[in-house]
Write a protein that binds this ligand. Structure first.
Ligand code: NOJ
Ligand code: CA
Length: 583
């Protein structure tokens, strides 16, 4: 009923006129087209996607059993978090053998059938490449550690203790944030930007680089379609280890990212690997400036295809975030990359809490609309959307309340440290329930059966209590669900390259509730209206006037024939309302 009223209301609107004089400046849909620009990347966290053998851990056979589901989403690329041999201190981001599959996940034969199954369905596969560091259990490190004269010594960064304590380096994961670990065996310290179980590889050593290229060849020869380079902005180091100014850790990426000859290494990697295979390449981290990011991805530099920066995703805080800032960040990144280079657009991944809990509103009355609204944003921006599994269902943070609910070793260490140093444990738990990485790692919700259909055993991490209402089976049966809406969005982007390549223009910039923008090229023009707030809002744009068709909206059923409307300069929007309008 409400929907009909809205439809009538839309039909009755008198519109404003959009004034575009710059047709000649608009990008052409066929300029510089690439499959990885048009792709929608769906990220699968293998540990939590689907368990095939009841041991409580997701695995490759589980993913294979759900390939038709993945296909049904319409996405064309899957990014899989690490599935390599690993002691699993950091859920696979500590690799001990880059050419083996972790037995918990399956076998190489399983991997081959997974890749095959994807390719048969027209889905490409991007793998994580974790080479800023290896596991301390990798044989390179074991040899490196064994003596100062071992040929593998220079595969890592060592500082001999007779030279005194090494200049301070900040560790992101170490309890004391000390990135040097003393090793009695050779009376030396080794460097670890992450945990001491993740020693940093020495990229200044050409042998290390060749090892990495061989690993990449191994996977590219198997037919994979891309690499996501973990923490790659940190690989190059000044191995004289100069002293950094006191307090540098508050802004450590300024000192760690894009150092030394990193671009030389990437050009070499490009020449050895990326130029020889049809693979896409994406770096985690984009340095400190737009210039850094351009230096990574501008095509004339022959380095990488895509970078992803954290400014947007870092914005959400337990007490909220400012939409004005959000708009400003995404608009600035867009304009900096208007003419060259390419970026990823994302609001979640396995290192973030759930998108709807951080950027939308996970209260039952707002969850569906706000989640659909955020998906509308991700799939109508320029840049390749990196979409995290479960967000298509509107999965939320699980609201863990005890430290025993968490599995992330980094969190457990931080908790112990807070306890030991007499810190505020309750405040930490509160922050964790908003922002901890484990919030995004709870099992994928398939149906209303025990354990959400994820496992027949004991899940490795708790299942969100809302699984009986938020799951694939329930959402398949609800035409207005997040799931169905996501599929429509995917089709909309696929059918309209304008949404991939078209020029982006922010409208109603100072509106603190509404994010509104145009996407346009020679083939067409779209207006996207997103109410980011839980209150009614009004979009206004004095210069806009056009006859228009609503092609997708989260409050109204998507019409089979788009509804024709006449826009006027003020447009009311309900809480978390999203509309894609063709002008
Ligand atoms: C970034 C990965 O996404 C994260 O999960 C991991 O802990 C660190 N890099 C270290 O590899
Ligand atoms: Ca399993």
């Amino acid at each position: 009923m409400k929907q009909n009223i809205l439809a009538i209301f839309l039909l009755c609107l008198t519109v404003c006129a959009e004034n575009s004089n710059a047709q000649s400046e608009l990008p052409k849909a066929d300029a510089n087209q690439k499959w990885w620009k048009e792709a929608i990347v769906y990220q699968i966290y293998p540990r939590s996607f689907k368990d095939s053998n009841g041991d409580g851990v997701g695995d490759l056979k589980g993913i294979i059993s759900e390939l038709d589901y993945i296909k049904s989403l319409g996405v064309d690329v899957v990014w899989l978090n690490p599935i390599y041999q690993s002691p699993n201190f950091d859920n696979g981001y500590d690799v001990s053998d880059y050419r083996k599959i972790l037995p918990e996940f399956g076998t190489m034969a399983d991997f081959d059938s997974l890749l095959n199954g994807m390719h048969r369905r027209g889905i490409k596969l991007v793998m994580d490449l974790v080479v800023n560091h290896s596991s301390n259990e990798h044989e390179w490190f074991q040899k490196s550690q064994s003596s100062r004269n071992n040929p593998y010594r220079n595969y890592y960064h060592w500082w001999n203790a007779e030279n005194g304590k090494p200049p301070y380096r900040y560790s992101l994961f170490d309890i004391n944030h000390d990135a040097w670990k003393y090793d009695t065996l050779t009376n030396a310290y080794y460097l670890h930007y992450f945990s001491d179980k993740q020693p940093d590889l020495n990229w200044e050593n050409p042998k290390v680089r060749n090892e990495v290229y061989n690993i990449m060849r191994f996977w590219a020869d198997k037919g994979i379609d891309g690499f996501r380079l973990d923490a790659f902005q940190f690989v190059a180091k000044d191995t004289t280890f100069p002293m950094f100014p006191k307090g540098f850790e508050k802004d450590f990426t300024r000192y760690y990212a894009m150092q030394g000859n990193i671009h030389g290494y990437l050009q070499q990697m490009n020449q050895q690997i990326f130029s020889k295979y049809d693979v896409m390449s994406v770096a985690e981290g984009a340095g400190n400036t737009f210039e850094d990011a351009h230096n990574l991805v501008d095509s004339n530099r022959h380095e990488l295809n895509i970078a992803y920066a954290f400014n947007g995703v870092d914005l959400a805080k337990p007490n909220g975030y400012s939409l004005l800032q959000f708009k400003s960040i995404f608009s600035q990144w867009d304009s900096a990359f208007e003419h060259s280079g390419w970026l990823a657009v994302f609001l979640a991944n396995h290192d973030q809490a759930r998108m709807v809990s951080r950027f939308g509103n996970d209260l039952p009355q707002f969850r569906t609309h706000s989640s659909q609204m955020l998906s509308t944003f991700l799939l109508t921006m320029r840049g390749t959307p990196f979409y995290y599994n479960g967000d298509e269902l509107g999965m939320t943070n699980p609201k863990f309340s005890s430290i025993h609910d968490y599995r992330d070793q980094v969190i457990l260490d931080e908790y112990k440290h807070t306890q030991m140093t007499g810190g505020n444990v309750q405040a930490l738990l509160k922050n964790l329930s908003f922002g901890a990485r484990d919030n995004g790692r709870t099992p994928f919700q398939w149906d209303s059966s025990r354990n959400a259909g994820f496992t027949t055993g004991m899940s490795w991490i708790g299942i969100n209590a809302n699984y009986k209402t938020v799951n694939v089976a329930v959402e398949e049966n609800d035409p207005n669900s997040c799931l169905h809406y996501f599929r429509k969005l995917v089709q909309l982007r696929k059918n309209n390259p304008t949404l991939v390549y078209g020029k982006y223009t922010l409208l109603d910039k100072a509106n603190p509730q509404v994010y509104a923008y145009l996407r346009e090229d020679a083939a067409g023009k779209f207006l996207i209206l997103l109410n980011f707030s839980a209150k009614d809002a009004v979009f206004s744009s004095p210069t806009l006037s056009a006859k228009a068709k609503v092609v997708l909206a989260n409050y109204v059923k998507t019409p089979i024939t788009p509804i024709t409307i006449t826009l006027k300069n003020k447009m009311p929007l309900r809480p978390y309302e999203a509309m894609v309008i063709r002008l």
